[in-house]
Design a protein around this ligand. Structure first.
Ligand code: SF4
Length: 499
């Protein structure tokens, strides 16, 4: 009888892609998906270690699966938390059979002690990963790109994945990040950016199957795809080591932002991929990368959806975060987008309570939110991460102050989002039916934005003109346009490129 697996995937879309690749690897090794964790031979938790709450969720999931695990089955912990805190996890959780950092096959048959001793190999030279030295890893010593990390023996990024079970899928186009944002530990354990080749990305999209209608391109810094070496040179800039407002702005400003039109490889990629699927969406756009060329390419793709990672708007706080820009520049970018495409949908996320954030910064934030009138926004409490630049900063903001500021931002943004959603009532959009009774148009990214409630009998995977008739929370209510006597005319932006 074939062996079986069960995977629990936590965290962001990038982790979800990794889980699908693990699934592909297990399937090609003869494993079948178990119907429930209790029946699986291998139980895998693909963890997230982004912030404290994500780590807590990962631990809770590990404990749940440990309780469900039958005798003789193996519990494997992989993903960011395994990579970052592998040693600590191994010590603290005896119920875990294998802690597999990046590149370690989850089917590795080693005992806890042997996986942590004989399998151990040299640690990559990530400057901010103190816990990495005693981690379970299997490296291919023969392939060592540059002076950075040794290549893992199993590179998830390039592994095949099974055909998509849903009409949409995330596709990871690069791994790692060359920036050094003050709050973020990701570069310390994901390494510097490695872009995939255009061919590999196209092949992966083809492998998702003919039913795929929407592809969402993800990476840590999606718009920097194909610029691995260039961004690395930026890292050498001494101003990034000793932030100072003027020097930082000059250094990070080399990417220019809206109003300029320097070419970026991602623009070619968008142009090429847009013809392959009905909806091509990009997540995680660093704001300085949004020059006019990229804005136009995204609008021309037929999916004018902009997920801008702004994080804050206060210039001094952004410099302390080692990030580019300020509220004024962001508003200029937003204006540029809306002048090119008035129906564009904008999303962003913000870190609240970064060390040094003052009441004045918070007031700037509130004013910015009003002026930006974003369609979607998320606010996250600052979480102090080991090995980050933020650890060296004074001015910690008390937790109750952080939570109050988040509440104020969220309340304001809620009213903005509601009024923008109300503005959709009476319009007709082309929408993809994701699952029975649930659809999304270009305005809604899966899993993070609202949806469109549609009649339950619409075929899953179909793209249909949907007339928006109402609103419930942030979810729109829609009917197939012909049922309410509305017919699509001309080429409004919701229709073009999506059907
Ligand atoms: S761009 Fe900044 S926040 Fe995003 S992954 Fe890179 S370092 Fe982290």
């Amino acid at each position: 009888m074939a062996k079986s697996y069960w995977i629990e995937s936590l965290g962001c879309p990038k982790n979800q892609v990794d889980s699908e690749k693990l699934e592909g690897t297990l399937t090609s090794s003869g494993y079948e998906q178990a119907s429930k964790p209790e029946g699986a031979d291998v139980l895998v938790v693909n963890t997230c270690a982004f912030i404290e709450s994500a780590r807590e969720e990962s631990i809770a999931t590990i404990l749940d699966l440990a309780a469900a695990k039958r005798n003789g089955a193996r519990l494997v912990v992989t993903g960011c938390m395994a990579e970052r805190y592998g040693d600590e996890l191994s010590k603290a959780m005896p119920e875990v059979d294998l802690v597999a950092g990046f590149g370690v096959p989850v089917t590795l048959h080693s005992t806890r002690s042997s996986s942590r001793n004989s399998d151990r190999q040299p640690t990559p030279n990530h400057t901010q990963a103190p816990a990495a030295s005693a981690r379970t890893r299997a490296y291919n010593r023969t392939h060592q790109p540059s002076s950075h990390a040794l290549t893992p023996s199993m590179d998830l990024l390039e592994l095949p994945r099974p055909p998509s079970k849903s009409p949409w899928a995330y596709v990871k186009i690069a791994e790692g990040c060359n920036r050094k944002c003050g709050f973020c530990a990701i570069p310390s354990f994901r390494g510097t950016q490695r872009s995939r080749s255009k061919k590999a990305i196209i092949d992966e999209i083809k492998s998702l199957g003919s039913k795929i209608r929407e592809v969402i391109l993800v990476a840590q810094d999606t718009a920097s795809w194909g610029m691995d070496g260039k961004a690395l040179r930026q890292l050498d800039n001494p101003s990034l080591q000793q932030p100072n407002d003027a020097a930082m702005e000059v250094s990070l400003g080399t990417e220019s932002g809206a109003g300029t039109s320097s070419s970026r490889p991602i623009i070619d990629l968008i142009n090429e991929l847009a013809g392959m699927v009905d909806i091509l969406r990009l997540l995680y756009l660093y704001p300085s990368s949004l020059n006019d060329g990229l804005i136009k390419a995204i609008c021309n793709s037929g999916t004018p959806y902009f997920d801008m990672s702004l994080q804050h708007c206060s210039p001094s706080l952004l410099r302390r975060m080692r990030r580019w820009g300020n509220g004024e520049r962001f508003l200029k970018t937003i204006d540029s987008i809306r002048s090119i495409e008035p129906e564009a949908v904008l999303r962003s996320s913000f870190v609240i309570g970064y060390p040094g954030e003052t009441e004045h910064d918070h007031e700037m934030m509130m004013k910015f939110l009003e002026e930006a009138s974003l369609d979607w926004a998320g606010f996250f409490p600052f979480s102090l991460e080991e090995g980050t630049f933020a650890q060296t900063l004074d001015g910690r903001v008390p937790q109750d102050v952080i939570m109050r500021r988040i509440r104020e931002c969220s309340d304001l943004q809620d009213s903005i989002m509601t009024s923008r959603r109300v503005g959709q009532i009476g319009k007709t959009v082309t929408a993809l039916v994701d699952s029975p009774g649930k659809a999304r148009s270009y305005m809604e990214a899966p899993e993070i934005d609202g949806i469109i409630d549609v009649p339950i009998d619409l075929p899953v995977g179909s793209l249909l003109p949907i007339a928006i008739t109402g609103l419930q929370g942030y979810d729109l209510i829609g009917e197939p346009a012909k049922l309410v006597g509305i017919h699509l005319k001309g080429s409004n932006h919701a229709d073009s490129g999506m059907s």
